[in-house]
Design a protein around this ligand. Sequence first.
Ligand SMILES: [Zn+2]
Length: 464
Amino acid sequence: MVFTIQNALVLTDQGYKTLDVQVEADRITAIGVNLPIAGDTIDGQNKLLLPGFVNAHTHSPEFWQRGRIPPLPLELWLFELYSPKLLQSEQIYLSALGTAVETLLSGGTTIVDHLLLLPGRERETIDAAVRAYQQVGIRAFVAPLVHDQSLPTSLPSNGTAPDPQRQTKAVLDLLEEAILMHHCPDRGINLVISPTGLQLCSDVLVQKGVELSERYQLCRHTHLLETRAQQILAQEKYGCSAVEHLKRLEFLGPHTSLAHCVWLDDAEIDILAATGATVVHNPLSNLRLGSGIAPILKFRQAGVNVCFGCDGSASNDAQDVLEAIKIGTILHNITDSDYRHWITPHEAVQMASIGGAKGLGLEQQMGCIAIGQKADFVLYDLTSLSLLPQTDPVGLLVLGRPTQAVDSVWVNGQRIVADGKIQTVDVTMLKQELLRYSQPPQQYSTTSVVDVEQHYRSVMGLST
Ligand SMILES: [Zn+2]
């Protein structure tokens, strides 16, 4: 398949240029002015062509709970999250579709799904999510969320011994089975080794996970120091910081991405920089759960690669990548009075594209508009009211509130969105199915949190 996008606005090192971009199969093969036409032509007039963004951290099954959980800190919110009636595997498929559709329509071409697994139906969960991503055609990094310790151990204990529950071996066997079954980068499906976080994982699980990732050349991903409670817990559990402990376990590296990273000190930031690990900034989730403001400007000054994630829909509660980029960019202007450190819209777009690619070891293959790169890119309609008048298109895309701005999306050379509409999924049907599975609000219970709230308030020094 060959096609040529004509006269699109492209952001180059020398500023904006109007260029033709030619694609053969899955790669960009030529870029220039007035290229000889090859294959189908696509009118790029009044359109901006940008590399696709990476939604570098989400949990698609949370789609079913968006808007539901009241304002609570992560540790209490988690008890709400784990209390709903069990989902059916068809719902896992539908929520992955919904997450992918919203990601695509906000400029994302790649998704990292830190996938919550249905208890007792773990393989079924992975199969359902993979099926959805293959159907929609988004580049997917499916990262089964695994742990071998129980939820109460994620709180500082004041001396109570942890209570390991799940069998480490069973978790590792599940991962290897899923890798052998589904890992196929050429088809756009990648498995990721992704322990939930140190607060719920044994050292053995993390170390064996590292071995698996090396054996099968996989990326690694985990939550890291999202909350102050996790910082306290790491000291209690290991006698050192969580970052130091992950380094000892050899989890950190250039293909490791770490969601949140809110509670890191300067020494820990230096470790991330030295190991080449990537920080995934989830600003909306951090605000929603009151986790804190990640020191993103410090990461950038230390040379740590940073990209953006939406996080799951129960803590955001949307999958709008452009919204995450906007908030994740301007939020930090209040953390440093030296405006020269602030993130510009152009830098934000680079963080979301090449920064996201780097965190997945794909910076040689995607993340910019250049010959030889994968054809993973997005055409934005600059005649959308939200992008008018035409000033600095990237500035308005990041700082404005783009609505219906995505005209077309290609992943691996396949056009998945055309004229603002998803081509691979019947979205009307998807909406009907989401409605069909919806539960009346009164069927949700919010009582489970009461059991742990007292302990949480006590260890966090809040009035009881
Ligand atoms: Zn998360």
